[in-house]
Design a protein around this ligand. Structure first.
Ligand code: PLP
Length: 403
């Protein structure tokens, strides 16, 4: 991979911060956008813009074609069987809320159990807690080891006839752990439970294949995948989506509305009430195309080397503690330096032009598990370099000496 050439596709990477070259290591929060994605947005606004699905006129049909072509691009990217399985949402959070609102309302009852894990993002905890309040379902939590791996034995022993859903992150946004989701799907299915996989942190880094994985639902966000903000995806198996009631009501999701009762559209439109973000879907397709041209296998391989390099460099710093030591990890490195508050480390690194994230990373139960209030998190993308990691390590050394 020619990283210097790739970096030229991302104009923001050549800017400076406090007079220093920007080193952007906050990719787990959101990724930067290649020029082609930004251009896809302006091109469509300048020359195609019209509302989709409802118009007979030329522009509306062209916009509809681009929007539906984006659905096909997503289907290809995650190797789903059909575009009927691709629901556009605002992002992972909305995708999970959609499942909680629709599947949860229709299929779950008091006493039914949902299994999550200790390493989940709040987006994969709070929707289930809201359902708990509405319906009296029970939330059970898979513990993790000190190294940040799921306790699969504990998981297997939690599964029972009461388990209706297992909702689990493919990759942890704090620890980087790549969870054995295929095993989890198999075990859950043997127990008769459905599985939702939170793919917010997997889709940017590793190839995913819906047909091979066999999960019932899979959620992810465009903005973490080099696409625009405000667009995301819920994959759902077609036979399952067909059984689910709508999540929100409005235009686009109906076949026929009468005051005596309304017929709903088939999936995926049944779950897409209102004008969709058709500019966002088109730009997301451009992002997937861009990522596809580099190749997720090559991205995974390169980022793996970056992570190994960063782990080695940072481990050599006295007093630095890394959280997340699973053998299968994605490009995320969470750490604390001695007893320096993560906010201080982050603020001082910022002055050196280095953007990292500090705090609980929307995973407060995970922070409780480790008995900490937060960490510093450096998260990598394929446009990052070992030189940037050197600057990060030197910056941390300086901060450590200051304290
Ligand atoms: N799940 C995980 C593992 C995440 O890392 C994130 C975002 O950081 C989310 C869910 C929520 O994603 P979004 O804010 O794009 O809906």
């Amino acid at each position: 991979m020619d990283i210097q050439k790739i970096r030229q596709d991302f104009p923001i990477l050549s800017r400076t911060v406090y007079g220093r070259p920007l080193i952007y290591l906050d990719n787990a929060a959101t990724t930067q956008k290649p020029r082609c994605v930004v251009e896809a947005i302006s091109e469509e606004y300048y020359s195609v813009n019209a509302n989709v699905h409802r118009g007979v006129h030329f522009l509306s049909q062209q916009a509809t074609d681009l929007h539906e072509a984006a659905r096909e691009a997503v289907r290809r990217f995650i190797h789903a069987r059909s575009t009927s399985e691709i629901v556009f949402t605002r992002g992972t959070t909305e995708s999970i809320n959609l499942v909680a609102g629709s599947f949860g309302e229709a299929f779950l009852q008091e006493g039914d159990e949902i299994i999550v894990s200790e390493m989940e993002h709040h987006s994969n905890i709070v929707p289930w807690q809201l359902l708990q309040e509405r319906k009296g379902v029970k939330l059970r939590v898979i513990p993790i080891s000190d190294s940040g791996e799921l306790d699969l034995q504990a998981f297997a022993s939690m599964l029972s006839g009461r388990t209706r859903l297992v909702s689990i992150a493919h990759v942890s946004n704090v620890l980087g752990t790549v969870n054995p989701v295929a095993d989890i799907v198999r075990l859950a299915h043997e127990a008769g439970a459905r599985v939702l996989v939170d793919g917010a942190q997997s889709t940017p880094h590793i190839p995913v294949d819906m047909q091979a994985l066999d999960a019932d639902f899979y959620a992810f966000s465009g903005h973490k995948l080099y696409g625009p903000t405000g667009i995301g995806v819920l994959y759902g198996k077609e036979e399952l989506l067909r059984q689910l009631p709508p999540y929100q009501g409005g235009g686009e999701m109906i076949k026929h509305v009468r005051f005596s009762g309304t017929d709903y559209e088939d999936p995926p439109l049944r779950f897409e009430a209102g004008t969709p973000d058709y500019i966002g879907t088109h730009a997301l397709a451009r992002a997937l195309d861009y990522v596809g041209q580099i190749g997720l296998d090559r991205i995974a391989d390169y980022e793996h080397r970056l992570l190994a390099y960063a782990t080695e460099r940072l481990s050599a710093i006295p007093g630095l503690r890394i959280f997340g030591r699973a053998p299968q990890k994605s490009a995320v490195l969470s750490f604390l330096v001695g007893d320096i508050h993560p906010f201080d480390t982050g603020t001082l690194l910022d002055r050196l032009g280095i953007a990292v994230r500090t705090g609980h990373h929307c995973a407060q139960p995970l922070m409780d598990r480790y008995g900490i209030s937060g960490t510093v998190r450096a998260s990598f993308a394929f446009y990052n370099t070992t030189e940037e990691i050197d600057t990060l390590a030197e910056g941390i050394e300086r901060i450590r000496k200051m304290f």
